[in-house]
Design a protein around this ligand. Structure first.
Ligand SMILES: C=C(O[C@H]1C=CC=C(C(=O)O)[C@@H]1O)C(=O)O
Length: 325
């Protein structure tokens, strides 16, 4: 079962069985691709609430080392050493926040469909999804696109989103440099595929309780180069770092967990468009607990306390929208 909402749209969609492959979840390391085959069909809020999506597997909590502020600070310092040694601009480090439902309310049960609808209301400009497949349940949503291809005129759009602050704080060099690294990377790739690249000024992207810096790109491309562009873009320095293979290795050795679909992307093909949404602000759900995946760009200017607070703020995107009843 898959339910999703496109950015700035009030309609919800699901996939009805057929052989066509229309929605694919690609993991961060691109090794796992979860396909939903079928035609896209509108679904009402009432029909969504009637779906029974409840986690079945792993009823007792598996032994997982709980990430603390101290253990995360240690990883941030390892990330900084890695940045320095390899003369990098940044590296995106993340953590899995363990959320145990029994800590919240032992009487009530998590309603994933109601939580999804609340999450969609809170993030109207985001692509939001909820799926259950092969015993896995994931929910997530964010407004960053890795790509949007218009089949009618071959135009391709993408964006550079990075840097995070609470809404009332002012941008510093740390966030500006962090986002610039993403912008330069995207620009360098798109220039190889298009001669009419347009780059916008950098603006604020408000996402609930926080803001990011965002630059938009648009270019005319040849449809044959679309797959190549996506595979060159992903993972951008907004979720990994540059050079990407080296940074992915560094991330693996410091984080010590599998990112799975977090920081991967979701491809959605409609009649006129092919979208590639960056899979951030997402979580995987089990019977008594969920893993909330949250991360941030680390530079030599990073402060461990602030990085922790940033991941805590990001985790509220999912956490504040969970409904127990
Ligand atoms: C990696 C994440 O965010 C990315 C997107 C926006 C801002 C980011 C930052 O400030 O570090 C990250 O690049 C995440 O939310 O887990």
């Amino acid at each position: 079962m898959l339910i999703f909402k496109l950015p700035d749209s009030d309609s919800f969609y699901t996939i009805e069985n057929s052989q066509e492959k229309l929605v694919s979840f690609v993991s961060f390391d691109t090794k796992t691709v979860l396909d939903f085959k079928g035609s896209i069909k509108e679904i009402s809020k009432k029909e969504i609430e009637e779906q029974n999506i409840s986690p079945k597997s792993k009823s007792s909590l598996i032994e997982i080392g709980k990430e603390t502020q101290e253990s995360y600070a240690l990883k941030i310092s390892q990330a900084k050493d890695f940045i320095e040694k390899n003369e990098l601009k940044k590296l995106v480090l993340s953590r899995r926040k363990l959320l145990m439902y029994l800590d919240i309310d032992s009487e009530k049960k998590l309603s994933l469909t109601k939580s999804f609808l609340k999450f969609c209301d809170s993030y109207p400009s985001a692509f939001c999804y909820l799926f259950e497949k092969n015993g896995e349940i994931w929910m997530g949503g964010f407004s960053e696109i890795l790509g949007k291809f218009d089949k009618r005129n071959n135009s391709f759009e993408t964006m550079s989103v990075a840097g995070t602050l609470p809404l009332d704080e002012n941008w510093t060099d740390k966030e500006i440099e962090e986002q610039k690294a993403v912008t330069e990377y995207i620009q360098s790739i798109l220039r190889k595929f298009s001669s009419n690249l347009k780059v916008s000024s950098t603006k604020d992207l408000i996402s609930g309780n926080i803001k990011h810096l965002k630059t938009d790109f648009s270019a005319e491309i040849s449809p044959e180069s679309l797959d190549k562009i996506i595979s060159e873009l992903h993972p951008t320095p907004a979720v990994c770092g540059f050079p990407k293979e080296l940074c992915a290795q560094g991330i693996k050795s410091i984080e010590h967990f599998n990112r799975e679909f977090y920081a991967g992307y979701i491809k959605v093909e409609t009649e006129d468009f092919i979208y590639y949404f960056v899979n951030l602000r997402c979580a995987s759900f089990f019977k008594n607990y969920a893993f909330l995946f949250v991360g941030g760009g680390i530079t030599l200017k990073s402060d461990a306390q602030k990085e922790w607070e940033e991941t805590e703020l990001k985790s509220l995107a999912i956490q504040n929208n969970l409904i127990f009843e």
